[in-house]
Design a protein around this ligand. Structure first.
Ligand code: AMP
Length: 402
């Protein structure tokens, strides 16, 4: 892969550099629940500050849909970023930004207010986005794209803006690309891909693109039930995408033809209702049809036998990519499978990557740390699309090619 890096930017002391970050952190009542995404931006920000730049960080937060939503202000992020950098980080509305930035000393840092307070940021109309991108470009001499979570989006700050100024990928985007590169090009084998989460449809692209290189495909989570239905199992009231059954069959045929071992659950934790109080029953996969009272059973996690089989396959691999929880991990009774997979990745001595989104949130919530894995991606959708082999607009604009 090639991409323009920070080293290619001609930066004189005092140069104004706008850094598109992904500070879309989980907030609970105004308090940041996980600052992982802010920490992930620090190497780039520190490097630019060390080079005497005036840094203007920018990000979105949540989905304010083009309106100013006070609860989605980046104020808590500005405060946390200030603590981590040990510098004041003023939060700037766009209209006050030019004046404040022009008066700033080298080594100063600012944060722009939530980019998605402007409807133009995510507009489908290029001319509309372009006017907003120009407003951002006017603040800066150079642009750094370091919000990996948004590089698959064609949006003003992560696509149009990068075309208006000298631009480069930040250190986080480079680290994400090099981790994905290990999964795409000549991975050490055995190579195992573990997929879960709710929807088969979200994962078909990545399965098809990776199948020719991998040795094992492990399927859990809600998406496993469409595969199980395709294989002729009764799945009770579990999640299913009937319109994807043919795709699952095609994946199974093509895996067999390419010598890829596909592991699906052999036992399941079920309940007859999805509530925090629901107790799990462990049943063989051939017996999910009905629950104890005759109500339809819902498969909500993989069972202990499946955990052990999956864990063994993972531990004996040299490369592992995991995306998507094995069950409804938000409910403690159905978190066991996801935790077992996280432990197996931690114990694996090969290269292990946790895709972003829910699997990354699950491992952090469970107290695993960054050092337990080779790489935890900060972007769920972006890392999947990259592994699907798609050309991502926010990377193409930085000169990236596979
Ligand atoms: P995704 O957004 O596709 O990665 O899916 C993540 C979501 O899938 C999480 O919120 C999980 O609770 C949910 N999930 C995982 N396994 C199941 C399951 N067996 N039934 C219903 N939801 C599930």
């Amino acid at each position: 892969m090639t991409v323009r890096t920070l080293d290619t930017l001609p930066l004189h002391p005092g140069a104004r550099v706008l850094v598109r970050c992904d500070f879309n952190v989980p907030l609970h009542e105004g308090v940041i629940a996980d600052d992982g995404r802010i920490r992930a931006a620090l190497p780039t920000l520190r490097e630019l500050l060390g080079r005497g730049a005036v840094v203007i960080a920018a990000s979105h937060l949540g989905r304010p849909k083009g309106q100013v939503v006070p609860e989605l202000s980046l104020a808590p992020v500005a405060a946390r970023l200030g603590e981590l950098l040990d510098l004041p980080v003023p939060l700037l509305a766009l209209d006050e930004a030019p004046d404040r930035i022009d008066r700033a000393a080298p080594g100063s840092v600012f944060l722009l207010e939530n980019l998605r307070f402007s409807p133009a940021e995510t507009s489908a109309e290029e001319p509309v986005r372009r006017v907003f991108a120009q407003q951002l470009a006017d603040l800066a001499d150079a642009v750094v794209s370091d919000g990996f979570g948004v590089v698959h989006r064609e949006q003003a700050s992560c696509f149009d803006l990068e075309r208006l100024r000298p631009s480069a990928a930040g250190r986080l985007v480079c680290a994400e690309l090099s981790a994905s590169e290990r999964l795409l090009n000549h991975p050490e084998r055995p190579y195992t891909v573990v997929l879960g989460g709710s929807k088969v449809s979200d994962k078909l692209g990545v399965i098809r693109n990776l199948l020719p290189q991998i040795d094992r495909l492990l399927i859990g989570g809600g998406m496993a039930f469409t595969f199980l239905a395709a294989m002729g199992s009764r799945i009770g009231a579990s999640l299913c995408e009937p319109s994807r059954i043919d795709d699952c069959l095609e994946v199974l045929r093509s895996a067999e033809a390419q010598g890829v071992e596909v592991l699906v659950p052999t036992d399941i934790r079920t309940a007859t209702e999805v509530t925090a109080e629901a107790a799990a029953s462990i049943v063989p996969v051939t017996d999910i049809e009905s629950g104890p009272g005759g109500d339809a059973a819902i498969g909500l996690d993989i069972g202990p036998e499946t955990e052990a089989r999956f864990a063994e396959a993972i531990r004996s691999s040299r490369t592992v990519f995991w995306n998507g929880p094995m069950g409804m991990f938000e409910l403690p009774a159905f978190a066991s499978g996801t935790l077992a997979i996280a432990r197996a990745l931690r114990d694996c001595t090969g290269f292990t990557m946790v895709g972003g989104g829910d699997s990354a949130a699950a491992v952090r919530q469970a107290g695993f740390s960054e050092s337990d894995f080779s790489h935890i991606s900060t972007g769920g959708g972006a890392s999947l699309e990259l592994l699907e082999g798609k050309a991502l607009p926010g990377l193409t604009v930085l000169g990236w090619s596979l």
